[in-house]
Design a protein around this ligand. Structure first.
Ligand SMILES: C[S@@+](CC[C@H](N)C(=O)[O-])C[C@H]1O[C@@H](n2cnc3c(N)ncnc32)[C@H](O)[C@@H]1O
Length: 278
């Protein structure tokens, strides 16, 4: 599946910064490319070290929702630079770990960084989360950490996750979720593709509930962690010095600022979900 194209300017920018050697960017985003999770948000330090720890915590919160155990077959879709696979590789043994990404450049980085240990096997594959290049019933767990809003179709992804999961297998993901009454505004004010590329944050908790039932999943968990992620925004502001002039600076700053305020007002929530294949 090597002919897939994706336009995500924030990823292009990150790969350039990592390539040209920026230790602070590497520390903050060289492993995980997602928001942080602070157990005590008021104690956030706003440093790359602190942010990298918070990003690691967020990953663990998502895979804990899938009740990952030693010896499992785990697929991480939209795996970024391999941070979730790296974390699973460090925390568990006898695992078969597979990271999938539509962007081969990120996979190259992941392959360089993550080395299998403790009886684990791991591989990174190029492909689209909505057309998974794996046989039926091949995984115990499917993860999608902060990436589903980029996928062309959530329903197709759920059907594919259902197909590749073994019976009783689990799917866990994190996503930005509008409250019901705010949804029409999300549709109406849909921004043009900018710094964050194509994204669709038009799925509510009810939409997930319905989708899960229609695709054959039982919903196990629906958890609002917005408050724990809020220090991310202050940290992102402190990183704007690294944005190159060739990116659409206005789009980068305005999209992040809008997301910050709708999150602070809990009009859009950062949520973790988990589901079990019936
Ligand atoms: C915000 S990043 C999250 C990366 C990673 N999950 C993490 O948490 O570090 C979103 C990721 O989704 C990937 N992605 C976007 N659309 C995809 C698709 N249709 N299939 C597979 N991966 C996709 C992007 O290339 C990017 O790596």
């Amino acid at each position: 599946m090597k002919d897939q194209q994706i336009n995500l300017p924030y990823i292009d920018q990150l790969l350039t910064l990592l390539d040209t050697g920026h230790p602070e960017v590497d520390l903050a985003f060289g492993r995980h490319v997602h928001w942080g999770y602070w157990f005590n948000p008021e104690q956030a330090l706003n440093t790359p070290e602190d942010f990298s720890k918070a990003a690691e915590h967020l990953t663990r919160e998502v895979y804990s929702a899938a009740n990952v155990k030693n010896g499992q077959d785990v697929l991480d879709v939209g795996c970024g630079l391999g941070g979730t696979i790296a974390s699973l590789n460090e925390q568990f043994s006898q695992m078969n770990l597979v990271g999938l990404n539509i962007d081969g450049r990120q996979l190259e980085q992941a392959r360089k960084k993550v080395i299998a240990r403790d009886g684990n096997t791991l591989r990174f594959e190029e492909g689209n989360a909505c057309m998974l290049p794996f046989p039926d019933q091949s995984f115990d767990v499917v993860l999608a950490v902060e990436c589903i809003f980029h996928f062309p179709d959530r329903r197709q992804f759920f059907q594919e996750a259902f197909r590749v999961l073994k019976p009783n297998g689990r799917l866990a993901l994190s996503d930005f979720i509008p409250v019901d009454w705010f949804l029409p505004l999300v549709w109406y004010a849909k921004p043009p593709e900018g710094f964050y590329g194509y994204f669709d944050i038009g799925y509510t908790t009810k939409s997930y509930c319905k989708l899960a039932a229609e695709t054959g999943f039982d919903q196990l968990l629906e958890r609002n962690i917005t408050v724990n992620t809020l220090p991310t925004y202050k940290f992102l502001q402190s990183m704007k010095q690294y944005l190159k002039l060739d990116v659409d600076l206005f789009s980068a700053l305005s999209q992040t600022l809008i997301l910050e305020w709708v999150s602070r007002l809990e009009l859009i929530r950062y949520m973790i979900f988990s589901f079990r294949k019936q």
